[in-house]
Design a protein around this ligand. Structure first.
Ligand code: MG
Length: 275
């Protein structure tokens, strides 16, 4: 499986898509209140796409193989871990809400996710959300030309294992290459596994997306053919960014600041491409 290499101009288009994704995630997180349905929240994402002249890479995804996805965002609440289909579920105070959202600008894709809690958070849930966010950045920290996908996977795995409490790491769902399509080679697992692993090169872009639960890692898919829930009913969190390898360092395409603040805090080379 060849890994797509992007030109600087193509990465700049991916950055435009990434900024739409960032705007949509922020708008949905701001709008989320108890009493709202997940379908209403999806509507906020649709407005952001429309006002940016962007299209959705989530809507109708998978239609050629079965049931196409019916939203522009995956909205997964509590024991729903990923791929939650927006619908009539009503948000309640204390819910753990994971939103995964994507956008396409001039044929180039962006994909990111974040988890937040509305109303008062249970301490354990807040820790889960922060551990998952930390795992994402532990992975991003390892992205550079010459390093391997397995270095990213291992860093996520080690970060999760170093936490004071145990978490389940989803194994059937992984990060992925991204560019002219949303899901491309290579897979980016969230756990360490032996064997050959592709080298990262300038022009590659990957989506890194740890998914953790407060319990075990086993999942099942609901009758809607999409929503993935934990088998033990434990709550989960999901954080994701699309990142690019540039000649200067790493560029977090779906972060409003390109990742600058988090990367500088970690002593990692921030590698945006200018105009
Ligand atoms: Mg993704």
């Amino acid at each position: 499986m060849r890994i797509e290499l992007k030109t600087p101009e193509q990465l700049k288009l991916m950055r435009r898509a990434g900024l739409v994704v960032a705007e949509g995630l922020a708008a949905m997180a701001d709008a989320a209140t108890p009493g709202m349905t997940t379908k209403e929240l999806d509507g906020v994402g649709r407005e952001v796409l429309a006002r940016n002249n962007a299209t959705s890479n989530f809507l109708n995804y998978g239609a050629e193989h079965g049931v196409g996805f019916s939203g522009v965002a995956c909205i997964s609440v509590n024991e729903e871990l990923v791929h939650g289909v927006p619908g009539e579920r009503v948000l309640r105070a204390g819910d753990v809400i994971s939103i995964d959202f994507g956008a396409v600008v001039e044929g180039w894709h962006g994909d990111a996710a974040r988890t937040f809690i509305i109303g008062d958070a249970a301490a354990e849930d807040a820790t889960l959300v922060e551990a998952t966010r930390g795992a994402l950045w532990a992975g991003i920290e390892k992205v550079k030309a010459g390093s391997r996908v397995s270095h990213v996977s291992r860093a996520i795995d080690e970060f999760v294992r170093a936490q004071p409490r145990r978490y389940g790491t989803l194994r059937e769902y992984t990060g992925h290459g991204i560019g002219s399509q949303m899901h491309m080679a290579p897979d980016v697992p969230n756990f360490h596994k032996r064997g050959p692993s592709p080298k990262l090169e300038v022009g590659m872009a990957i989506a890194i997306e740890p998914m953790l639960t407060l319990g075990l890692h086993q999942t099942s898919v609901c009758e809607d053919d999409w929503t993935v829930v934990s088998r033990d009913g434990s709550r989960g969190a999901h954080w994701e960014h699309s990142v690019a390898v540039t000649e200067h360092g790493v560029w977090v395409l779906t972060s409003p600041d390109g990742g600058e603040a988090e990367l500088l805090a970690r002593g990692v080379k921030f590698g945006p491409l200018g105009d």
